[in-house]
Write a protein that binds this ligand. Sequence first.
Ligand code: AMP
Length: 418
Amino acid sequence: MFKKVAGTKDILPDEVYVWQKIEEISRAIFTTYNYQEIRPPIIEEAALFDRSLGEFSEVVQKQMFLIKNADEVYALRPEGTASIVRAYIENNLDKTTGFMKLYYLGPMFRLERPQKGRLRQFHHVGVEAIGSAGPDIDVEVVVLADALLKAYSIENYEIRINSLGCANDKAVLVKILKEGLKPKLSSLCEDCNARFKHNVLRILDCKHEGCRKVVGGLNISDSHLCDDCQGHFDKVRKGLDSLKVAYKVLPHLVRGLDYYTRTVFEINHPGLGSQDALGAGGRYDNLVSQLGGPQLGAIGFAFGVERLLLAMAAKENSAGAGPSIYLIPLGEQAVPFAVETLAFLRSHHCAADMNYEGRSLKGAMRTATNLSCRFVGIIGDNEINKGVIALKRMDTGEQKEVKKEELLEEVKKNVKNS
Ligand code: AMP
């Protein structure tokens, strides 16, 4: 028997409801903030990610799903930003539209060691605002992330922000870190020793106990920031304060991808264990030009949907997701009337289904309960003779005889969206 690939998940019909809920809420909030959907392909040239995420980033070094075909190497996208920037440039959106606020939803792929909250195929819901270098859009993007979490009813998360500064400032930060870490290399893990050469920032978020101790002892501040970048960061914080968004400045917070500059942020949730980031993002002011476009400021973030689901306080169930009414014909002679009634209800956009399996009344009632139907419509000999349906409310048990047209009215009156 075949099994699913490790680190992937089947999202079965009884779970899909929460996924749809997340998508629905996200789209509604994105619309409120005037972000438009973009759907780039799932495969890209692998070089796009080498170039943008950085050749020495963890994702490029170890986690890419590569597909080789003759001389070409493709990758299943490990994240959305690079693809979206590629699409923005390739479709001349910089020339035709200029500043754009985009959102996306979809699967991402990383060849990681699977564990709770860490999959090989996972899903992002994210945004990219491309074309503005000013701090106001940083504020909007963080506020948007906060608004989404509130709308998903997730609580107790923490927004952590920092500024990496411009490319020059980042180089200064790297130098400061290298000087501080050099005498302590023997206390760092093997991976961090490798990171020391090419990706020293990443050492700051190593989970290894020994490395955390060393990093904790470093004196990291915002001293690497130039005046412009310091000014930008001050305005971002002021903006968030004025909108009463709670956040924490964390000088140790860095992002492991090369393209980040200035504002970076991460949102964490204590209920998630070791993989506690619900989402993360930041500014990438040089990426558009690096990929062949003009020099444009940009910022974005992505939430991991699987982690949102883990953090959702009250686990949603599929209540209300099933049909509004479930028809139960008792005996073969009742089936044609049930089929006709079903077609009538559906043609009036009433979500309805019927028992096709000839189950007993008790068994069919159980199905209706499992489907979370608001009503059942029972059709036996007595009902056929009278040309009515016995309509029973599942919550109160109340039952009455109704004609087909009344049935529609009654269901519509009691069930939203039926
Ligand atoms: P990143 O692009 O690594 O900053 O990821 C953004 C968010 O995606 C993270 O904060 C997680 O919520 C989620 N995420 C990243 N990698 C994985 C993974 N392998 N499995 C599940 N979720 C992930």
